[in-house]
Ligand binder design. Structure first.
Ligand SMILES: NC(=O)c1ccc[n+]([C@@H]2O[C@H](COP(=O)([O-])OP(=O)(O)OC[C@H]3O[C@@H](n4cnc5c(N)ncnc54)[C@H](OP(=O)(O)O)[C@@H]3O)[C@@H](O)[C@H]2O)c1
Length: 232
């Protein structure tokens, strides 16, 4: 299962800024037809992409778009949020609920809605943007990492369930990216365009996983070791 980019019609979620914008720009440059999904379509600035309204935390928004965009062959589940703080001592779990709605149920919603569209168009691909924090965690990023761990599990479920319809499912893991989400983070951050380059290569090669940087490669390498190695 490999993807020919200039014959693809791609929906990118969270396409207006950060990594989603980098996906949108690179896919347009590669000759793909691109629907740029955003809560505010007016905030999409990439020439050549078609802005579409999409809130991945809203069942109706996702279902309405899937009913309208019958030509989609690739879905890039990129939209995400991060709320920091301890899950054990925070006064409310509302931030964690938001992370689950967006980071876990969001890609699941789009997958459920667009899987029949992809099947009708020959299989195509789903890209799920996960994180090194799908595997490692820290007390202050607990909700985010739990939401991405669940999204990783759902990525594996999706890969198995859609195998027979010929859909390639790509899980993308990375440490920190140089975007708004990690604006307060000090230390190495990968350029969004570099991660996108790797993901587009994986799609063309039919590869199911992208480990975008040293952090994600290191975290995956210690998964078989003591659990304490997964808490930073
Ligand atoms: N930045 C990092 O260090 C890092 C590391 C690993 C993985 N990731 C993952 O990479 C992906 C992209 O993150 P980023 O770094 O580009 O973050 P970002 O700069 O904060 O951008 C997040 C994007 O997601 C959109 N979004 C949020 N909630 C949405 C919703 N309910 N419906 C539709 N769109 C929504 C935002 O739209 P608005 O403009 O409307 O808010 C924005 O376009 C996320 O899945 C994130 O978890 C990021």
């Amino acid at each position: 299962m490999s993807i020919v980019l200039d014959q693809s019609t791609v929906l990118v979620t969270g396409a207006n800024r950060g990594l989603g914008k980098a996906f949108t720009e690179a896919l347009v440059a590669a000759g793909a037809t691109v629907y740029a999904g955003a809560r505010d379509p007016g905030s999409v600035t990439t020439p050549g992409a078609t802005p579409v309204r999409l809130d991945v935390s809203d069942d109706a928004s996702v279902a309405e778009l899937a009913a309208r965009l019958g030509d989609v062959t690739v879905v890039v589940n990129n939209a995400g949020i991060g709320r920091s703080g301890s899950l054990l001592s925070t006064p409310s779990l509302d931030g964690f609920r938001e992370e689950l709605e967006t980071n876990t149920l969001g890609p699941l919603r789009t997958t459920r809605a667009f899987a029949p569209v992809l099947a009708a168009n020959g299989g195509g691909a789903i890209v799920n943007v996960l994180s090194a924090l799908s595997w490692a965690t820290s007390p202050t990023l607990a909700g985010y990492s739990a939401s991405k761990a669940a999204a990783w599990s759902l990525t594996n479920v999706t890969r198995g369930e859609l195998r027979d319809q010929g859909t390639l499912v790509v899980g993308v893991h990375v440490g920190f990216l140089d975007t708004d989400m990690a604006a307060d983070v000090e230390g190495p951050k990968l350029a969004p365009a570099e991660l996108v380059r790797q993901v587009l290569e994986a799609l063309q090669q039919g590869e199911e996983e992208v480990l975008g940087d040293d952090t994600s490669r290191f975290v995956k390498s210690v998964l078989s070791g003591p659990p304490a190695h997964l808490v930073v």
